[in-house]
Write a new protein. Structure first.
Length: 302
């Protein structure tokens, strides 16, 4: 049973004739007649009595009319619902390490919420390895990673911006005036680390170990803010993403040692499972994040 036949049936019943119905919905009268005949053939009943130039509903037609109206009305509701679902709505859960959650994503989140206030945005902090597994199991819609560029056939991964690293110290540190700081200079230093499992910590430790250097591990932190405060007090050195300490460096509260960070640089990446349905909410987030990433890259180059 075709919906357009039911719609034509309703119009004919309301207007009381094929000619008026044809004028109202823009069909030729012959098309109106053919559609009604097709509906009558399918149902095996007459829907209209033809009384000269007048037509009236038969008993079968009167019984069909409310059902036809309900079906047409329901069709409209379904279309409206689907159209609304194509707009960003619902919940979007994003996993990210603390450094990016605190220093890259807030501006993106603010703009996204302005554009799509109907989306409930949840930001879940954690280690990159954890975030990727949560994306694999569907517990987060998107994982924002800070690690070397990866390739994984199970994921769609977009590299956004390379993050520089900074080896930071208090301004009064003995290495403050050094023209270059090498792994050997760190032999007798205390290092303050992010928690075990952090990608850039692992890369840093591996490189020091390759040089035969095993500095004392002072404290482990989940919070970069805690690390910064302890470095300011002279409790040790720390390697952190540059974006997390730019304000303190500008204020002179911390010092960036002359350390070659090129081998420790990480890349900010957006990753979601290849089989995941990219909802309108996720699609718009990815577009917005990509635009911000262009600005971050340009700022680094200037």
């Amino acid at each position: 049973m075709e919906l357009r036949h039911l719609h034509t049936f309703i119009v004919v019943a309301e207007d009381g004739g094929f000619t008026k119905a044809a004028a109202r919905i823009g069909y030729a009268q012959s098309s109106i007649t053919a559609q009604i005949q097709a509906l009558e053939t399918e149902l095996g009943v007459l829907l209209f009595d033809r009384l000269g130039k007048r037509i009236v509903l038969t008993e079968a037609g009167r019984r069909l009319l409310p059902y036809a109206q309900d079906m047409v009305r329901m069709h409209g509701a379904i279309r409206e619902s689907v159209v609304l679902e194509e707009k960003p709505s619902g919940t979007l859960t994003i996993g990210a390490p603390e450094s990016l959650a605190a220093f890259r994503l807030p501006a993106v989140i603010r703009e996204y919420k302005r554009l799509y206030p109907q989306v409930k945005l949840i930001l879940k902090p954690g280690l990159c390895t954890e975030m990727k597994e949560l994306a694999r199991t569907g517990e987060v819609d998107l994982a924002i990673l800070l690690q070397p560029v990866i390739a994984d056939p199970d994921f769609v991964i977009d590299s956004l911006v390379e993050e520089q690293m900074a080896l930071i110290a208090c301004p009064e540190h003995r290495l403050a005036e050094a023209e270059i700081v090498t792994p050997d200079d760190l032999r007798d230093e205390v290092l303050l680390y992010t928690e075990n499992g952090c990608t850039y910590r692992a890369v840093f430790e591996q490189e020091l170990l390759a040089c035969g250097v095993t500095p004392e591990v002072g404290l482990e932190f989940f919070s970069i803010e805690a690390i910064k405060n302890c470095v300011m007090l002279g409790l040790g050195l720390a390697l952190v993403p540059l974006i997390t300490v730019q304000r303190e460096l500008g204020e002179g509260k911390l010092l960036r040692l002359k350390w070659d960070d090129r081998s420790q640089r990480m890349t900010m990446q957006a990753a979601y499972h290849r089989k995941k349905w990219v909802t309108p909410a996720l699609e718009e987030w990815l577009k917005l994040l990509g635009r911000y990433a262009e600005g971050w890259r340009e700022a680094q180059e200037s």
